[in-house]
Design a protein around this ligand. Structure first.
Ligand SMILES: *[C@@H]1O[C@H](CO)[C@@H](O)[C@H](O)[C@H]1NC(C)=O
Ligand SMILES: *[C@@H]1O[C@H](CO)[C@@H](O)[C@H](O)[C@H]1NC(C)=O
Length: 397
């Protein structure tokens, strides 16, 4: 299990000195969980870590002690972040967290999003606002300014394999000048990413950063065997939990207040047993199997006349605007089995801490091939929750 994830970048923000401000945290958590519900498009690798809270560095940046930060060597450097898309899914959110960590040590950070829908998008708009408020410069992915920034940058981070398409499309003849300063951050391991179209420049970049040893091995094998190319220097950096989440996880008063608040809002009593699945609702995440098993467990409890507390299930990550067909199936199942009173659906949220504080067991049931190691697993571990996992063999770190 990824117990060494403490050494990650997210954790390095510990030098940001803020005092224990749990009442504020609670307010923030509650406000976020109940008021701000974002809806996100379904995309690759949108493992549960889409839920990770975005750091609120704005109010903290004045107290940053840059000289103590392990990232302080990045002060005044220019970093270009190339995101394949902008949504509340795992990849872009991790990159945003990195952007804010870099901003906290006064790195100049420029962000471009390679794939954007043509019509205006509420989520993209609010995420871009968030970044700009924190001093991240948001540029169009195509255009001379992006090219100039890439040429001037000290470091260019390409986020996920698909972002590779940006290189040729935008930089054109400048590609070879930029490659030596590219760090390619790869999260996914799906078959269709092992395509030269995406990754033909991989051997020539400065380095690849991958979330787990298994994924790194898989990339090494696949690029060699399928594409006949060699991986560059590869660094395994495990995902870590955000500072905001850890603060709630380590504050027993905050946890208790959140637990009571969320349970009350769901209609779950203090001693009831609450199982949760926290992922964007989609077939690959296996919410259907979760609910089926939950129902079977109920039948078993009844048949065997087991004496145990009432059980409830909560599905956090509902999105009727995206996965309508699948979610309708889930809701129909619940209605058909007449378990509406004990199965709760909660919309997608930026902040999972309140739910982790309120549940008793997390179920991580990703089924799709190439699913990444979702951050929700280690987030739940920070809350000392038992986690029931069914992971595809290759997803394990
Ligand atoms: C990579 O290839 C080696 C040798 O061919 C094999 O032992 C290893 O299991 C493979 N790893 C993955 C993740 O495919
Ligand atoms: C959840 O999302 C749906 C749309 O998908 C919306 O109609 C509903 O109001 C949301 N619920 C809450 C509590 O925000």
């Amino acid at each position: 299990m990824p117990t060494h994830s403490h050494k990650t970048m997210a954790k390095q923000s510990t030098t940001i000195s803020i005092q224990k401000r749990w009442p504020l945290m609670i307010l923030l958590c509650i406000a976020l969980s109940t008021a701000i519900a974002f809806f996100i498009g379904n995309n690759s690798c949108n493992s549960s870590n889409f839920n990770s809270p975005i750091h609120d560095f704005q109010s903290q940046s004045t107290s940053v002690e840059t000289e103590e930060s392990p990232l302080s060597f990045m002060k005044s450097k220019l970093v270009l972040l190339v995101s394949h898309e902008l949504s509340l899914s795992g990849g872009p959110l991790l990159l945003m967290e990195l952007a804010f960590l870099l901003r906290a040590v006064r790195t100049r950070v420029v962000w471009v999003t390679n794939q954007k829908p043509t019509e205006s998008d509420e989520v993209i708009f609010s995420l871009e606002q968030k970044m700009m408020e924190r001093g991240v410069e948001v540029l169009s992915a195509r255009g001379q300014e992006a090219v100039d920034t890439a040429l001037k940058s000290d470091l260019v981070i390409l986020n996920t394999a698909v972002a590779g398409k940006w290189l040729d499309a935008v930089l054109k003849e400048n590609v070879p000048r930029v490659l030596p300063k590219v760090l390619w951050w790869i999260h996914e391991m799906r078959g269709h990413y092992f395509k030269l179209e995406y990754v033909k420049h991989l051997p020539f970049v400065a380095g690849a950063m991958i979330d787990s040893h298994t994924t790194a091995d898989y990339w090494k094998n696949r690029t060699r065997e399928r594409l006949g190319i060699k991986m560059p220097a590869t660094y395994v950096v495990h995902l870590g939990n955000s500072k905001d989440l850890m603060e709630v996880a380590e504050d027993s008063v905050a946890r208790r207040v959140l637990r009571e608040h969320i349970r009350e809002s769901l209609g779950v009593r203090k001693d009831d047993l609450l199982f949760a699945i926290i992922n964007s609702v989609s077939r690959g995440k296996g919410q259907d199997l979760f609910l089926k098993s939950f129902y079977e467990a109920l039948q078993l409890i009844e048949e065997k006349k087991l004496r145990m507390p009432s059980v409830h299930a909560v599905v956090v990550g509902s999105d009727m605007s995206a996965q309508t067909k699948f979610e309708t199936e889930l809701r129909n199942f619940v209605a058909e089995k007449k378990i509406q009173d004990i199965v709760h659906f909660v919309n997608k949220t930026l902040n999972v801490a309140p739910y982790l504080a309120s549940i008793d067991v997390l179920v991580q049931n990703s089924q799709a091939r190439g699913e990444c190691f979702g951050r929700i697993t280690i987030e739940a571990m920070a809350f000392q929750l038992p986690v029931l996992v069914s992971l595809f063999p290759f997803s394990f770190p």
